[in-house]
Design a protein around this ligand. Structure first.
Ligand code: 5GP
Length: 170
């Protein structure tokens, strides 16, 4: 199935000069969405993964069905103030300002092998922060999976050393 037919280019979003890849047409087509999730999950032998994690918010859309397909626990990485329990956190810089991700302190067992999922790999900042947080929480990142990689933004640079898989590359 040609998944590219379900990714919409939106010029000048969220700001002038940015060509945004909109995944909503894919989410709106159960056959295409199901195919994408099966292809992503199928890349990973279930025996090599203990936990599937994803950063808020669009990563959840792919991590949740992948966790069900691979029968693994799902661990959401969330923005500050969202998780009710004790958390580990990691603060990182954005183009303007900074952001912070949290994970429940009891969500990752020491040495747990974690697959981290997101919809889009752009500059790599979000995934690098997610991986740092997993490691801070005691886990070991065994892979980073994306629906889309925007290769021209060189998002692999901050992720050197991690195993990266993307379904679609632009
Ligand atoms: P990065 O931290 O790699 O620069 O940006 C990745 C994050 O921004 C992802 O969590 C993703 O949801 C969002 N993102 C960046 N560019 C795009 C895009 O073109 N389309 C979509 N859907 N999300 C994007």
């Amino acid at each position: 199935m040609d998944l590219r037919a379900f990714i919409r280019d939106v010029p000048d979003f969220p700001k002038p000069g940015v060509l945004f890849k909109d995944i909503m047409p894919l989410l709106g087509d159960p056959a295409a969405f199901g195919f994408a999730v099966a292809e992503l999950a199928g890349h990973y032998p279930a025996g090599g993964i203990d936990v599937i994690a994803a950063a808020e918010a669009r990563g959840f859309l792919f991590a949740a069905p992948m966790a069900l397909a691979l029968k693994k626990p799902l661990v959401p990485l969330r923005k500050p103030g969202k998780l009710p329990g004790e958390t580990h956190s990691f603060k990182y810089d954005l183009e303007y300002g900074s952001a912070e991700l949290h994970v429940h302190a009891d969500a990752i067992r020491p040495g747990a092998r974690v697959l981290v999922v997101d919809d889009v790999l752009a500059t790599g900042g979000t995934m690098a922060a997610a991986c740092k947080l997993i490691e801070l929480a005691g886990g070991s990142v065994v892979g980073c999976a994306f629906l889309i990689e925007l290769a021209f933004l060189n998002g692999r640079a901050p992720l050197v050393g991690y195993d990266i898989f993307s379904l679609l590359t632009y």
